[in-house]
Design a binder for this molecule. Sequence first.
Ligand code: UT7
Length: 324
Amino acid sequence: MSLKKAVLRGCGAYLPEKTLSNDDLAKMVDTSDAWISERTGIRERHVAADGERTSDLAVEAARAALTAAGMGAGDIDLIIVATATPDLTFPSTAAIVQGKLGVRQGAAFDIQAVCTGFVYALATAEKFLASGQHSRALVIGAETFSRILDWTDRTTCVLFGDGAGAFVLEAVEERAAAGRGVLGSELRCDGSMVDLLYVDGGVSATQTTGHLRMQGNKVFREAVTRISQAMETVVEKAGMAMDDIDWFVPHQANQRIIQGVVRKLGLRTEQVISTIASHGNTSAASIPLAYCAGVEDGRIREGDMVLFEGMGGGLTWGAALMRA
Ligand code: UT7
């Protein structure tokens, strides 16, 4: 059986209307615009309105991606939502999104790998499409981290934002794909570091939602080495070199982590698509949001080689390579 290629047909983004600047946060906790922007690169973030759910953000991004792909609900037979902030304990946010979009065929499920969620979801969708089990997938990263932040904890509440991004991928015969598609992925987890980044509530543990807790500097110390290793592995396995990469679309956690990776791998700053200043860390949504920004402003074009990476709670981390 010949494997198919998972080719990107369109992407879409959605950010809630309300924004929160660093100065706004300085009125809420003991922080400053100078500290936040120097240590992270973040200047503002978007926050979902009361009653606006993760699925609402996901549906907006999905509709934009479907429009970009020239497709409709009837074309999609797989929906994967990467989220750590689902609407409900169950059903999956993907099922809710499927219902709202009017998709009535195929499968829908969530993936939980926190900030690495989109890389895990992209890798999963690629396997389903390559095997021929499904034909067209919506891969969505959507988060409302504002709902799990402790707004009195300055070490975490300044870092995150809400948003959603979506890809429409189509299974295409290798010859017709002409080199395009998801070319590889490297997914990793080391559960011995659960305590570095977690939410202190949950169904089975506390029967509450809980708040995000992070030992940020310890996560920071793990980040550059592990992310760089995953990126090098995925590029090497595809038989390529860092010189072949056109665009680097990283998870947007901290501009200093991104710069560290760029330096370590010999990439150039101009190759980085960074949205951290205006989005903050939107967890599983950050990669598709950044990708869409790069497409919208004309930087990323069909045929370009794009390298993705993510790292988050678990710790999980990973990288994926795609020819746009
Ligand atoms: O996306 C999921 C993965 N997450 C990440 O990749 C996050 C990784 N970590 C980071 O990005 C950084 O570690 C942070 C941005 C979270 C923190 O930056 P840092 O340079 O590692 O600072 P730190 O945690 O070592 O704290 C330095 C100081 C501390 O004060 P003392 O103990 O030196 O007096 C903190 O209390 O900065 C203080 N601090 C703040 N000051 C003003 C921490 N948060 C703030 C704040 N405003 N918001």
